[in-house]
Design a protein around this ligand. Structure first.
Ligand code: ATR
Length: 277
């Protein structure tokens, strides 16, 4: 794992748990803090050190994309890389953030319902992964709500070419959240607000509509918004299952094994035990 900072990362625990269960004794997963300006150099050096691949995290997902020789369709769609694979002298870039989020979502939250409206809070890197995945899935309506209007407009305009017939993609301000929220909506919280467990990206008052669900990408102790929704009977999921599923997809790419053979339950258990300790 290449990022800055990485000291908080659960990825080494999750990945080494899976590697042990899969009996890949010759492989170890490490997290390394890469100094600013050094990421391209490090990526180009890793194959010489015998690395099979790497994950890339904040703030290097865009620079990693530029260092790749070949990109997967989903990396192109998201516009960022979180998986690097080193094969036959080439650097392959892929992205498992979107598929990880989708696989982690509880059954029935993304229903083939012609009225389904998804509100995505935030327009940063995590939002791009979620929006690109929703568009590829054929979601009927996706609205990106962001503090800075320009950033949401930019995301929507970049994704426009990927909008399938029958999908409505739009943007709005965070202050429009309560007007746009409807019964049965799916709300995906991708901003960094709430990491401190104090703030919420939208004001919290009133009631939560029937059948609306809340997918929070921050993991661990519930954020104020997740707590608030849960207290009002809404379905809530935190970001830990997404973290596990994007890790599982990374392993399946590096080891060239079906993702179904990756021990996700064990990885999730190890992460939950660590967070509870
Ligand atoms: P990531 O790659 O994790 O998504 P990012 O690209 O830095 O991180 O994006 C952070 C997101 O959180 C952005 O949507 C940002 O909104 P702006 O585009 O307006 O900066 C949002 N965000 C961060 N702090 C915020 C705050 N205090 N209130 C509302 N949104 C905030």
């Amino acid at each position: 794992m290449l990022g800055n900072p990485v000291s908080h990362s659960l990825s080494p625990l999750i990945q080494n748990t899976a590697l042990a269960r899969l009996e890949k004794d010759g492989l170890v997963y490490l997290a390394t803090e890469i100094p600013r300006g050094k990421i391209s150099e490090v990526i180009k050096t890793l194959p010489c050190l015998g690395a099979v691949g790497a994950n890339v995290t904040v703030p290097y997902k865009l620079q990693a994309l530029e260092a790749c020789d070949v990109l997967s369709e989903r990396a192109k769609a998201i516009g960022a890389v979180n998986i690097l694979s080193f094969r036959q002298g080439q650097i392959f870039g892929d992205n498992s953030d979107g598929v990880g989020w989708l696989r982690a979502l509880p059954d029935g939250w993304l229903k083939e319902d012609c009225d389904l409206r998804v509100l995505v809070l935030g327009a940063g890197g995590a939002s791009r992964a979620v929006v690109a995945t929703l568009l590829a899935w054929g979601c009927p309506e996706v609205i990106v709500l962001n503090r800075t209007a320009k950033r949401a407009e930019q995301l929507v305009s970049e994704m426009e070419s990927r909008v399938l017939d029958g999908t409505h993609l739009a943007c709005a301000g965070l202050e429009e959240f309560w007007e746009l929220l409807q019964p049965g909506c799916l709300v995906v919280q991708t901003t960094s607000v709430g990491l401190d467990r104090r703030a919420s990206p939208v004001s919290l008052s009133g009631s939560w509509p029937k059948g609306a669900n809340f997918s929070e990408l921050i993991y661990g102790e519930p954020t104020p918004m997740a707590k608030w929704v849960s207290e009002r009977g809404g379905g809530v999921q935190d970001g830990l299952p997404m973290l596990i599923h994007q890790a599982a997809e990374s392993l399946s790419v590096w080891l060239d094994i079906p993702v179904e053979s990756v021990p996700v339950d064990e990885m999730l258990r190890a992460a939950r035990m660590f967070l509870a300790s």
